[in-house]
Design a protein around this ligand. Sequence first.
Ligand SMILES: [Zn+2]
Length: 231
Amino acid sequence: MCSDCFYSFVIELQEDMMVQEGDILLPEDRNAVKTIWSDATVHFTISKELAHRVSEIYAALKMIADATCIRFRKHTNELNYLKIRDGIGCASYVGCRGGVQSVFFGPKCSVGNLCHEIIHALGFHHEHTRTDRDQYITVNWQSIKPKSKRNFEVKHGDTLNLPYDLNSIMHYGQYFFSVDGSPTVLPKQSGVKMGQRTHLSQLDVQRLNKLYHCGKDLLYLITGFLLDTSS
Ligand SMILES: [Zn+2]
């Protein structure tokens, strides 16, 4: 059961063929939320209209399962579970909210986008809303679409004592929500690319493993690949 009822909903909207992210509909003030899935296990269903995309969905779940102790199982009679369904964009609640919980996997969403959504559902907000972000990025408020400014507001809370991560799959790219094509977020370190949606960064792996009390993150760091220590 989820013990904390603060949650929020994040819509990853599509505009101009680019998937954009971050419309938070409900109040939330943490970077990682406390509403995590018990036993690091997430049960899920896939709606019928996504039958032709099952392999992509499994690929997104595998990105997380391969690197962490988090497990995804088909829903049978569990109270809390994810329903992966079609929609106009990619969207997710943040954290486990209790009961059936939708994750939207729209036609333009990639495997990486879905992985990003599922990490929201696992309890994480966007990396660029961390309390220490101003040391690493500059937010150009005048370049952000007025209605989207709240997506750039800092969220106070638990960063799990892990460093800021410009390479996170949960970080915005520099043109997200731009009102005029100029950058909305710039890294203070030159030459860094942000906003990738292709893989979990090493810190993404550590972050997930820490929140879910996994034991694999150190091995991952040392060896660069994963060993299953549970068997
Ligand atoms: Zn997002």
